[in-house]
Write a protein that binds this ligand. Structure first.
Ligand code: SF4
Ligand code: SF4
Ligand code: FES
Length: 502
């Protein structure tokens, strides 16, 4: 006889009329092929407990009403397939009051949207027929496709930290939808600036959870609105402008107060019997503040017989300009870097800073294309990606690694994990250290609050987001919190000091 497969659901139950506190109840669901989470909820309702509260309507990913947290991440229950080997922890969406069980009260989200006049705002009556072209509407096409499931709102770390202020990615998407619609006459940029367009940390989680439509709210809406704000002298924030001014005057986004890393090392770091040759892009932070990280990377590369070229005259990668909407300076910087790397005959460009490398991988090609320039000729790599995918785990020199009896947790940088899809590699490298006890925390990919200009421009908000992250990272009492981003490193170091941990 074939044994029936069972799926385990653990559901957060709460009936305010009966329960003092929410609690979890486990359910066994008979598994059938092609089953989705909603089928399991229907099974419970029809066969086990008809008091279970959950929402659904279209069953086809169109209405957005069935969004819940599935294993900690917002998703549509009608579109999430079940794997019988998994346990599914089902909870109501975060950042909303719970009405009952998996049903939340969306009023706060809809009220915030309503304040932004979410309709075509026109003062004049257009001549009929009104001429509309596919091109004129195409820029906002995917922004219009939102089904208002509020998954992005529920996931956003800024909404979670500043519940009364930021109307969330869904609202920024709505404003951008009208800003980029040639028919709309509302002042969407003013609305965006006054309702928190500079509060976004650029973490990218809103796109990741937008399973229904894959809308890239961070890039298309928030950075698009920020760029329009800069065009109209309504942005960036003063603190961001300081960075932009520094880039214009020195080529770097931070002050030159110590001897740059590039002046502390030779332009070519040769090794015996090299197995490969790379150019190391230090970025502004390692070059001018965290030089010890640069030296450590060079040491790792040397011990792995990798010859390193140091680009002495590189300039800022332009990440800060892209993220804050200051597109007017990005072209010069990128073209300057690309020409310089051509002159150096760079074949493989490796960086540690994920903010730099995701900008090089994703933004530079767009700018080069816009200017009719040739694509860059080198291969860009994050350092973890390079060591694991290019050199290979088995080929790495682990002979000189000293055993460390330490407990380590890891923070996934947003621009490494989400922007470059690199999360396994840093873990693989950490686990090479003999004696290490690696603990993967829940929400290791939750934003630390540094990015998007928030650390500089919205300090209180940034500190609140990092406080939440440090609490998660320190829960297992680690000896070390590891990360692979110089900016996250600075942010978490400050947050740990503020938390006054032992
Ligand atoms: S990118 Fe992150 S912080 Fe910004 S709106 Fe999206 S989820 Fe929120
Ligand atoms: S943008 Fe995507 S995740 Fe956010 S409400 Fe719309 S469909 Fe849902
Ligand atoms: S029930 Fe409509 S989107 Fe899931």
């Amino acid at each position: 006889m074939i044994k029936k497969q069972i799926v385990k659901f653990r559901i957060r139950r709460y009936n305010p009329d009966l329960d003092d506190e929410p609690h979890f109840i486990d359910y066994d669901i008979p598994y059938k092929d092609h089953q989705v989470i909603m089928d399991g909820l229907h099974h419970i309702f029809q066969n086990i407990d008809s008091s279970l509260g959950y929402r659904w309507n279209c069953r086809s990913g169109q209405c957005g009403s069935c969004a819940i947290n599935i294993n900690g991440v917002p998703g549509l229950s009608c579109r999430t397939n079940i794997d019988p080997s998994d346990l599914y922890i089902l909870e109501p969406l975060s950042n909303f009051p719970v009405i009952r069980d998996l049903v939340v009260d969306y009023s706060i989200g809809f009220k915030r949207l309503a304040k932004l006049r979410p309709f075509l705002d026109r003062t004049s009556t257009p001549e009929r027929p009104e001429e509309l072209t596919r091109e004129s509407l195409s820029i906002a096409a995917d922004l219009r496709s939102c089904i208002k499931c509020f998954s992005c709102y529920a996931a956003c770390p800024v909404v979670a930290s500043a519940k009364q202020d930021f109307p969330g990615p869904i609202a920024m998407r709505e404003l951008a939808r009208f800003e980029f619609d040639p028919r709309d006459e509302g002042d969407r940029v003013q609305m965006a600036v006054s309702s928190g367009v500079y509060d976004c940390t650029s973490c990218g989680l809103c796109k990741e959870v937008c399973i229904p439509k894959h809308i890239d709210t961070r890039r298309k809406a928030i950075e698009g609105l920020r760029a329009r704000a800069v065009d109209r002298d309504m942005g960036p924030l003063e603190e961001h402008q300081n960075f932009i001014d520094k880039i214009k005057s020195t080529g770097y986004s931070v002050d030159v107060i110590t001897k740059p890393f590039t002046d502390q090392v030779p332009s070519i770091i040769d090794v015996e019997d090299p197995i490969d040759e790379i150019t190391f892009f230090p970025g502004c932070l390692i070059n001018l503040r965290l030089q010890h990280i640069g030296h450590n990377i060079i040491e790792v590369l040397k011990r792995n017989h990798i010859k390193v070229q140091i680009p002495k005259d590189f300039v800022c990668c332009a990440s800060v300009a892209f993220r804050t909407g200051s597109r007017n300076i990005t072209n010069d910087i990128i073209l300057k870097n690309v020409k310089y790397f051509e002159k150096l005959r760079v074949k493989k460009l490796v960086a540690l800073c994920p903010g730099c490398m995701s900008t090089i991988k994703q933004d530079w090609p767009v700018v080069l294309h816009e200017h009719g320039a040739q694509p860059y000729q080198f291969e860009p790599f994050d350092i973890n990606e390079y060591l694991i995918r290019e050199i290979g785990l088995k080929n790495l020199n682990t002979r000189e690694l000293h055993p460390l009896k330490i407990k380590v947790t890891y923070h996934d940088p947003c621009h490494l994990n989400r922007s470059q899809e690199i999360s396994k590699e840093p873990r693989m490298l950490l686990k090479l250290i003999p004696g290490i006890s690696f603990i993967d925390i829940q929400q290791s990919d939750r934003c630390c609050g540094a990015g998007g200009g928030v650390r500089a421009g919205r300090r209180n908000l940034s500190e609140e987001i990092s406080r939440i992250k440090v609490k998660l990272l320190t829960a297992p009492n680690p000896d070390i919190i590891a990360t692979s981003c110089s900016f996250c490193f600075v942010q978490l170091t400050d947050a740990i000091k503020r938390a006054d941990l032992p």
